[in-house]
Design a protein around this ligand. Sequence first.
Ligand code: ATP
Length: 123
Amino acid sequence: MKGRSWSLVFRNAAEGIVYGFRTQRNVRVHSGVAVIMCSAGFIFGISRTDWMFLLTAIFLVMVTELMNTAVEAAVDLAHPHIHPLAKAAKDTAAGAVLLAAVFAVVIGCMVFGKPVLNWLGLL
Ligand SMILES: Nc1ncnc2c1ncn2[C@@H]1O[C@H](COP(=O)(O)OP(=O)(O)OP(=O)(O)O)[C@@H](O)[C@H]1O
């Protein structure tokens, strides 16, 4: 639709985020993990560079989760029956989420590994 106002553009985008949060358990789980990671970042006083990597990882996971939700909805609408291409689309979107999650775990270990070991008195 052409000529939408900026406020409507933002409202539609916000509705998309709320839809993902409301309907997808993984979006809620990843949001919870993101809150915990950010809290840990404040508690351990991580560096500016570490924040950049941490926030990149968090946003990458959330963005791929929402894209995955969009692909699932579009595929179910376009072809609700079993089809190899429907499977390929959903599996590929899920693969993108998996890659982002692996990246986030690696970043989490690199950012918090040392501070946590220090806190546990193991360093
Ligand atoms: N129309 C279809 N044709 C073939 N395979 C499908 C189809 N729909 C789903 N699948 C297979 O089932 C898997 C799960 O699809 P589903 O739509 O249930 O996603 P989901 O389990 O809700 O995913 P998420 O947990 O991310 O919400 C897909 O990754 C795909 O392998």
